[in-house]
Design a protein around this ligand. Structure first.
Ligand code: UDP
Ligand code: MG
Length: 203
């Protein structure tokens, strides 16, 4: 008999409750929203990461950095704000580099809670629960939409990163890198969740 293949819908994602989430007492709320969707926590710890650790958590490539700059610029355009006046540049790559530096500083300000989350389409599901990167754009009902109100126009113009409670992997490649970056093999656990029998069994 062929060995049973692992269902490809079952993915692992990496989640961080960022310093603002930890300091505002939202660790439980983040975990609870993931658990109540049926996702499984298979790794969990509080960490005070070094600058180097956070620096190599986020991508370094030019395209990612430019995308980071672009996110803020869409809001500046919408609200008629000139980035050159406040950030000293109209260049998305240059702005992205500044944001990346603020982001690394932000994540090292206080402890964070790191998690590995497993479940059906876990990467997209966790992103949906987290909501839009920019809290001012995040839907009500998402974690970022319910608990934060920051905007690039508030944060980037003040020379700091947007505080948005949590991080969540965006792609399988990101998830693979991030899980290996934060967790040792023996810190990740396999166990059955009782309610999965009701959620997924054939009647
Ligand atoms: N960020 C910021 N200013 C911006 C865009 C992003 O401070 O104009 C921060 C924000 O904290 C965000 C992080 O950079 O969560 C990483 O950005 P990314 O585009 O990967 O968003 P995410 O995956 O966190 O939704
Ligand atoms: Mg991201």
């Amino acid at each position: 008999m062929q060995p049973k293949k692992k269902n490809p819908s079952i993915e692992r994602s990496f989640v961080l409750v960022k310093p603002d989430g930890v300091q505002r007492g939202l660790i439980g709320e983040v975990i609870s929203r993931l658990e109540s969707r049926g996702l499984k926590v298979i790794g969990l710890k509080m960490v005070r990461p070094s600058l180097e650790h956070v620096d190599s958590h986020y991508p370094q490539d030019e395209a990612w950095i430019e995308r980071l700059g672009h996110k803020g610029f869409t809001v500046f355009e919408e609200y008629g704000i000139d980035p050159k006046e406040y950030m000293g540049t109209n260049d998305k790559k240059e702005a992205g580099k500044m944001v990346r530096k603020w982001l690394v500083d932000y994540l090292t300000e206080a402890p964070v809670v790191a998690m590995v989350i497993e479940g059906v389409h876990a990467i997209d599901m966790v992103r949906k629960i987290a909501g839009n990167t920019l809290p001012s754009k995040a839907d009500i009902g998402t974690i970022r939409g319910d608990y934060s109100v920051d905007s690039p126009a508030a944060a980037n113009l003040e020379g700091r990163a947007i505080k948005n409670i949590m991080h969540a992997s965006e792609t399988p490649q990101e998830a693979e890198h991030e899980i290996a970056h934060w967790f040792a093999q023996e810190e990740i656990f396999e166990y059955p969740l009782a309610h999965h029998a009701a959620m997924y069994s054939k009647l």
